[in-house]
Design a protein around this ligand. Sequence first.
Ligand SMILES: Cc1cc2nc3c(=O)[nH]c(=O)nc-3n(C[C@H](O)[C@H](O)[C@H](O)COP(=O)(O)OP(=O)(O)OC[C@H]3O[C@@H](n4cnc5c(N)ncnc54)[C@H](O)[C@@H]3O)c2cc1C
Length: 327
Amino acid sequence: MIQFQYERVSTPAAALSALSNSGNAKFIAGGTNLVDLMKRNVMSPRKLIDINSLPLKHIEQQNGKVTIGALALNVQVADSKLILEKHPLLSQALNAGASAQIRNMATVGGNMLQRTRCHYFYDTTLPCNKREPGSGCGALQGFNRMHAIFGASEHCIAVHPSDMSVALVALDATVLVRGPKGERRIPFADFHRLPGDHPEKDTNLQANELITAVEIPDNAFNQHAHYYKVRDRASYAFALVSVAAALNIDGGMIKEARLAMGGVAHKPWRLTEAEKSLAGKPANEDSFRQAAAIAMQGAKAYKYNAFKLKLGENVIVEALKTAAQKA
Ligand SMILES: Cc1cc2nc3c(=O)[nH]c(=O)nc-3n(C[C@H](O)[C@H](O)[C@H](O)COP(=O)(O)OP(=O)(O)OC[C@H]3O[C@@H](n4cnc5c(N)ncnc54)[C@H](O)[C@@H]3O)c2cc1C
C-alpha cells in the first residue's frame, strides 16, 4: 500500500483549497471504489481529502426539480420517499447496483466517478490506455465479453459501470460542480465522455472541481418507469446490459419516452432516436420492437461480446413492456 496523507474538510471552500494546495490529491467519499483502486496500485494519490463532513447530503424538492447532494448515500436516495414518488427509476437503478453494504457507504458523486471494471484496467501487469496512456488496449484483442458495443475507440473499449448514472441520464439530470472559478452546471449527458484519443479521461469534470449536487427536473415518468439489468449473478454483479425505460402514456398512446442503456459504452448511453420513434405510437410490443431496432443501429461487437447485440434489443423491449404495464 502506498503512503498517503489524510485531511478532513468541512466546507466546500476548504475542500477546494485543500485540493489546489496539494499535488496528486483525491477527494474520498464512501471510498468503496477509490480504496480498492489504491490497494491494487491502479491509483496512487499522495493525499486523500475526506469530504464526508461537507453539508451535501440533502434530497429536496423545490422550483420544479429535485436536488440531491453529492454526498447523499446510495441507500438514502434509493429509499427516499420523494425519490420513490417522483423518480422511481432512479431508486430501482440504485437498488440494482452493488450490495446493501456498499450502497450504505457509496455516495452519489462517488458513484458517478467510479472507474471502469475492465480487467485490463485493474491488472497493472496488462496494457491499458486508460490506466497508462500509450500502453495499448489489452481488451481490444483480448477477453472482451463485458465491453462496449457503442462509441468505443481504437484506444479503449471499456464501459462505464454505474447503474445510477443510466437512470440519471434518462431523467435529463444536471450535475452541479464547484471549482476555483465558481459554480457550473453540466448536463448529465455531457458529464461522462467517450474514450476517443483520451480514454484516461472518464468525464468532463476538471481535476480541481467538486461535484456538489445533481438536479432532476420534474417529469411525468413516475407511473411508467422500469430499470432492467441483466448480469451474470442475480445480485452483486455489474451489468452485461441494462436499460432505463420511462414512458408518459395517455389513453394507451405514448406521449413521451426516455431510454438509456448501461454496460454498452464508455458513458451511460442515451437512446434519443429510439425515444423519438416512440412518441405518438401505441404503447405496445410492435412500437417497442421498432424502437429497439433503432436503438441498436450502429452497435459494433468484438470477439466475445456479440451476444450483447441481441440481448440489448430484447432488454429494451422487456424494459419498455414492464414500464408500460405498471399501473
Ligand atoms: C464489489 C462491488 C460491486 C459493485 N457493483 C456495482 C454495481 O453493480 N453497479 C454500480 O453502479 N456500482 C457498483 N459498484 C460500485 C459502487 O457503486 C461505487 O464503488 C460507489 O458508488 C462509489 O462511491 P463512493 O462514494 O464510495 O466513491 P469513492 O470511492 O469515495 O470515490 C470514487 C471517486 O469519486 C471521487 N469523488 C467522490 N465524491 C466526489 C465529489 N463530490 N466531487 C468530486 N469527486 C468525488 C473520488 O475522488 C474518487 O475518484 C460496486 C462496487 C463494489 C466494490
